[in-house]
Design a protein around this ligand. Structure first.
Ligand code: SF4
Length: 387
C-alpha cells in the first residue's frame, strides 16, 4: 500500500490548513451548538468564501474548505460577529470539547461545558488533538468519539471523570468537576508525553494512581444513525458534508443545532423535516453505511475521486454491511475496519474485506467504471458473511 503523510496539527479558523483545493478552516462551535442565526451566518460564509458546503467532523466540529488564502482575512471578519471563534488562536486551538447532544434544560450540562471550556483555556499546553468529552446526559453516547478525558454520570448523582484508556475513573460532585479535570490535565502535562504534539491520555493511563482506576464498566449506547431520537431528530449529512443552503434551511426549522461526532446534527424538539439536499433522516438509507473521504481533487494525497463511486455503489450494499471508499491508505473517513474497503492507489482501487484502508488487499487494479458496472466485484466469491 502506498504511503501517506501524517499531519499532526489540527487546523483551526485562525490557523487554517492548506489543502489541494485551498485552505481548510475548522470551526469549533462553543458548547457544541449553533443558534439559528449562527447557522445562517455560517452558511453565508461557506457560500461566499468556501466550496459552498460545510463539513461535519468526527469531533463534532465544522469545516469550510476551498478557501482562497487571500480571502481568509475577510472570512474571519465575517465569522467573528457570529461568536464562533476566539480572538486568541491558542485559546481557540485548546477548545477541544465534545458535548453530548442529548442534554436537557436544567441538567447542568451547559454550565459544565462553559466551565470545562475555561479549564481548557487555563490548562498547560496540550497535544493538538487532546480533548474532552462531556457525556453526562441520561446515558453516555460519546464512547466512540475521540477524547482523552470523559465526564460521565456516576453513582448517586455524582459525575465520573474517566481518563481515556481506563475502565473507570474518579467520582466527584458536579461542582468539583472543573478542578478535578484541571488537576488531571496538569498531571498529564508533567508526564513528558506529547512533547512532539501527538501524545494522548491513553499513552499515560497506566501511570495513573490506583484511586483513579475503580471498576466502573464503560457503558455504550446504541443509537440510530439518523431519524427521531430523544425528543428530537438526528439529521445526518451525506458523506459528512452539508450544502450551505441546507444548513441555512435547517435554521428555519430548529431552535438550535447541536453538533455530534457522527457527522449529523441533532435538532431538539423536531420530529420530521422536508427533504433537503445532502440531508439524511431515514435510518434505513444505505448512504449511512458508506464512508468516503474528500478524495481527489480536494486532497493532495488522493489517488482518485471517491464520493461519486461511493454514491453509485451504496444501493448495492447488502443490509447491515459498511463500505469505505478511501482516496489513499490513510483512511481519514473511517480509521477502523469496514466490511468492504476500496482504497485508491496509483494502480487503481484495491479491495479488502473487514479491513482498514492500509491493510493488504484481496484484489487490486480495479477502476470505478468496472465497479459501477459490476458491483458484485465487491463481494467475496465464497459469499461468506462479513460480520
Ligand atoms: S484518506 Fe482521503 S482525505 Fe485522507 S489523506 Fe487520503 S485521500 Fe486525503
Amino acid at each position: 500500500m502506498s504511503g501517506f503523510k501524517i499531519r499532526g496539527a489540527c487546523p483551526g479558523a485562525l490557523r487554517p490548513m492548506a489543502s489541494a483545493d485551498g485552505l481548510v478552516v475548522r470551526i469549533r462551535p462553543p458548547l457544541g451548538r449553533l443558534s439559528p442565526a449562527q447557522a445562517r451566518g455560517l452558511a453565508q460564509v461557506a457560500a461566499s468564501f468556501g466550496s459552498g458546503e460545510v463539513e461535519l467532523t468526527n469531533r463534532a466540529n465544522l469545516q469550510i474548505r476551498s478557501v482562497a488564502e487571500a480571502a481568509h482575512p475577510d472570512l474571519i471578519a465575517a465569522l467573528s460577529p457570529l461568536g464562533l471563534i476566539d480572538p486568541d488562536p491558542e485559546a481557540e486551538r485548546a477548545r477541544n470539547l465534545i458535548v453530548t447532544p442529548f442534554h436537557r434544560a436544567g441538567d447542568g450540562t451547559q454550565e459544565l461545558a462553559r466551565a470545562l471550556t475555561d479549564v481548557l483555556r487555563a490548562a498547560p499546553p496540550l497535544p493538538a488533538k487532546f480533548g474532552l468529552a462531556l457525556d453526562c446526559g441520561e446515558a453516555p453516547v460519546l464512547g466512540g468519539a475521540s477524547a482523552d478525558i470523559r465526564v460521565e454520570r456516576g453513582a448517586e448523582g455524582r459525575l465520573l471523570i474517566r481518563p481515556d484508556g481506563c475502565d473507570g475513573g474518579q467520582e466527584v460532585l458536579a461542582e468539583e468537576v472543573p478542578a478535578a479535570v484541571l488537576s488531571l490535565l496538569r498531571w498529564f502535562a508533567t508526564q513528558g508525553i506529547g512533547a512532539d504534539g501527538r501524545g494522548r491520555m491513553r499513552d499515560a493511563a497506566a501511570r495513573l494512581p490506583a484511586p483513579r482506576r475503580p471498576a466502573f464498566p464503560a457503558r455504550a449506547a446504541h443509537l440510530p444513525p439518523a431519524g427521531p431520537i430523544a425528543g428530537g431528530l438526528l439529521a445526518a449529512a451525506r458523506f459528512g458534508r452539508l450544502p450551505a443552503a441546507t444548513l441555512a434551511a435547517l435554521a428555519d426549522y430548529a431552535t438550535e443545532l447541536r453538533l455530534t461526532p457522527w457527522r449529523a446534527v441533532y435538532l431538539p424538539g423536531i420530529d420530521t423535516l422536508p427533504d433537503m439536499p445532502g440531508l439524511i433522516t431515514d435510518p434505513a438509507d444505505p448512504l449511512l453505511r458508506v464512508a468516503a473521504c474528500t478524495g481527489a481533487p480536494g486532497c493532495p494525497q488522493a489517488h482518485a475521486e471517491t464520493r461519486t463511486l461511493a454514491q453509485a455503489l451504496a444501493p448495492h450494499l447488502p443490509p447491515g454491511r459498511h463500505l469505505h471508499v478511501s482516496g489513499c491508505a490513510k483512511g481519514c473517513a473511517h480509521p477502523g475496519p469496514a466490511d468492504i474497503t476500496l482504497t485508491a492507489t496509483p494502480e487503481g482501487f484495491a479491495l479488502a474485506h473487514r479491513a482498514r484502508a492500509a491493510d493488504p488487499p484481496a484484489r487490486s487494479g480495479l477502476n470505478a467504471a468496472m465497479l459501477i458496472a459490476s458491483p458484485s466485484l465487491l463481494f467475496r466469491t465464497d459469499d461468506a458473511p462479513f460480520l
